[in-house]
Design a protein around this ligand. Structure first.
Ligand code: ZN
Length: 386
């Protein structure tokens, strides 16, 4: 049992100074004052001056590695627990990526199970860039309905030279299978779309919606800040559909990308409801840059930590209210992907929280009611973490 006393709680909406009691991996109570239950082993954590926020939900991470666009030595490695929890991430959604040929969904699923054993919460998307996508049970709908950890499909690449250029009919069929699988399995069945550099990048999504009964909210297009023209289109698309902003790539491509911390203000000023915006790190992904002839000229790997850093930069540098900035990395992804108990602080929610110091740096992280980071020290480690 953990009793956090006198925290300034952001649920993400501000609740004021509260005591928070966690036990059995859940939040039992959020009250003005909670007395330590007598006769039970309770750790009292004084939190004067600390802000408690929900544990971050990173909804697009290459947990089992990705990449390889520059040959076998450029395959990115599996992520360690520490790379997530040091950025306050207590829930992660894993996906495959460019390489659906030599990598498989099975290894992403096992990696998610591994993260669960190590103390955080993890789900996956079935499929990869390619259509038809690789799956576990032979069909996206079967994966989503029958396998608990599978909550959607992606990242399916469109508008990119590495995509298999799915036809509109293929995109509709895929989304329909994800949707029916999700209805049967009690999930959201989101189709996560990797948006490439092609012009008019949202065209296939608009067409898929126009020619079917699908809603735009069945899709979550990611990398919407990768260049100025996709970002301009996202300002329009985001009024109806969801928009995911990638946080890890900006430092490597500042000449092309829109800084994630600036996007919240720019999108909401354009009339996009903030509830439609998510941030994800694309951690573990390779960030290749190709020249005009399609030659690989640069390749780096994304850091999950960027999710926290860009969210905080939106507050510290762009003047976004903390409760608004928090939404894009907590309640919005948890709501869009229908993750039970995640993304919010409150009675009955999971015991996932980050405690921030006055300067908005991380003091503590707890996941499912257990310490991950305590007084700035990482106390939970992945099995093979150095
Ligand atoms: Zn991608």
């Amino acid at each position: 049992m953990l009793l956090f006393q006198k925290c300034d709680v952001y649920a993400p909406e501000p609740l004021g100074i509260k005591d928070v009691l966690m036990a059995g991996g859940k939040i039992l109570a959020v009250e003005d004052e909670i007395a330590a239950p007598a006769g039970l082993p309770v750790t009292v954590v004084p939190c004067g001056g600390l802000k408690m926020i929900p544990g971050l939900v990173d909804c697009h991470v290459h947990i089992a590695g990705a990449g390889g666009e520059g040959g076998p030595s450029t395959r990115t490695p599996e992520l360690h627990l520490g790379s997530l929890i040091r950025g306050g991430i207590t829930s992660v959604i894993g996906c495959l990526g460019t390489d659906g040929l030599t990598r498989n969904v099975e290894s992403v699923l096992m990696k998610a199970k591994g993260f669960r054993e190590e103390g955080i919460s993890a789900w996956i998307l079935t499929g990869a860039y390619q259509v038809p996508p690789p799956t576990l049970l032979g069909d996206v709908g079967r994966d989503v309905s029958l396998i608990e950890e599978v909550i959607g499909v992606g990242e399916i690449a469109i508008s990119d030279h590495r995509t298999s250029f799915p036809t509109i009919e293929e995109l509709i069929r895929l989304a329909e299978h994800a949707r029916v699988g999700a209805m049967l399995g009690g999930k959201a069945g989101i189709v996560n779309l990797h948006m490439g550099d092609a012009q008019d990048p949202f065209h296939p999504v608009y067409e898929a919606v126009r020619r079917s009964e699908l809603k735009p909210t069945q899709f979550l297009p990611t990398h919407c800040n990768r260049n100025d023209y996709i970002f301009e289109d996202a300002k329009e698309y985001g009024k109806e559909g969801f928009i995911d902003i990638t946080t890890s790539s900006y430092p490597f491509f500042p000449e092309y990308e829109i800084k994630p911390s600036k996007t919240i203000g720019l999108l909401t000023d354009a009339g996009v409801p903030v509830e439609h915006v998510t941030f994800s790190s694309d951690g573990g992904g390779s960030l290749p840059h190709f020249d005009e002839e399609g030659n690989l000229v640069k390749l780096v790997s994304g850091a999950p930590r960027s999710l926290f850093d860009e969210m905080i930069a939106a507050v510290a540098e762009e003047g976004v209210a903390l409760e608004t900035a928090l939404m894009v990395a907590t309640s919005n992804p948890a709501g869009i992907f229908k993750l039970p108990g995640k993304g919010r602080l409150g009675e009955g929610q999971d015991g996932d929280a980050v405690l921030l110091r006055e300067d908005l740096t991380i003091a503590h992280v707890v996941a499912r009611g257990e310490w991950m980071i305590r007084d700035g020290e990482q106390v939970a480690k992945g099995r093979f973490e150095p």
